[in-house]
Design a protein around this ligand. Structure first.
Ligand code: HEM
Length: 243
């Protein structure tokens, strides 16, 4: 067992499993955020009862946030943090092994596969660093005003207000959209690479998985971008604002 995790496929396996877990998180997180767009259509944007979890008058997004604050889900927070940490540490380690294998600083003197690799596959580490950096920026906008408040015995702030406050300036919107693009590129490579690592690498399936990977990454991009642009429109007063 220990030798499996020391082998190069074993290390990639850890990267693939932690990556799959993070894709599931993104799909869940994106879906709950998308509830805010449904609220805009239903006319329930801003409806939140701070005193009661999942009150009948709540907007769908407020109900989703309440669901995320239940004990079953809260218990997943350290697991999520661990998943992110493992993925980062192994990502850096794998990039280092790759760099060494290609001849370290002398890598340009070696005829490498580089020309046939996609831009994303060569830049997974850089994309990962950009994504991680912006996660910290993002946590100060929402998590610090919601879950952290609850953890410290205070009341979470109104999530619609946080959406509007965060996306009220165009440059924050721009940084978030750059972030979503980095995630898109990271996922287009990461998705099929994950399956290749677990041995699902026959020619026909690889082609299909590359297409499925682009579709999943595009859906995630579209979902988050729609949420951010919709919140921007509310903050600008083009749609009803709660600010
Ligand atoms: C429009 C885009 C996004 C919005 C509006 C949004 C909104 C939120 C909200 C409201 C929370 C706080 C949940 C709570 O404390 O109960 C949160 C937490 C968090 N978000 Fe996002 N998010 C977005 C995109 C992303 C993306 C793209 C990632 C990952 C790359 C991400 C990673 C996280 C993490 C790690 C947490 C802390 C864990 C958690 O509370 O679930 N978010 N976000």
């Amino acid at each position: 067992m220990a030798s499996f995790f020391r082998s190069s496929i074993g290390k990639k396996f850890i990267q693939a499993v932690s990556g799959a877990f993070l894709v599931i998180f993104l799909l869940l997180h994106g879906t709950i955020n998308f509830f805010s767009v449904i609220d805009s259509f239903k006319g329930t944007w801003g409806n939140v009862d701070p005193d009661k979890l999942m009150s009948a008058g709540d907007g769908v997004f407020a109900a989703g946030c309440d669901f995320m604050s239940t004990a079953v889900i809260t218990i997943m927070v350290p697991v999520l943090a661990l998943g992110i940490l493992v993925h980062i540490i192994y990502g850096i380690y794998l990039s280092y092994l790759n760099y060494e294998a290609r001849g370290g600083v002398k890598r340009y003197e070696v005829a490498s596969r580089a020309r046939t690799d996609s831009w994303s596959s060569k830049n997974m580490l850089v994309l990962g660093i950009v994504i991680l950096g912006i996660i910290f920026f993002h946590l100060t906008h929402f998590w610090a005003h919601m879950q952290l408040m609850e953890f410290t015995g205070r009341e979470a702030e109104n999530p619609y207000m946080l959406l509007e406050k965060t996306f009220s300036s165009w440059w924050v919107l721009a940084i978030y959209i750059i972030w979503f693009c980095a995630i898109f590129l990271h996922l287009t490579h990461g998705f099929w690479s994950m399956f290749q690592t677990i041995g699902w690498d026959n020619q026909i399936w690889m082609k299909r998985l590359k297409v499925i990977g682009v579709v999943v990454a595009a859906l995630i991009w579209l979902c988050f971008t729609t949420v951010a642009v919709n919140a921007f429109l509310h903050a600008q007063g083009i749609l009803p604002s709660v600010l």
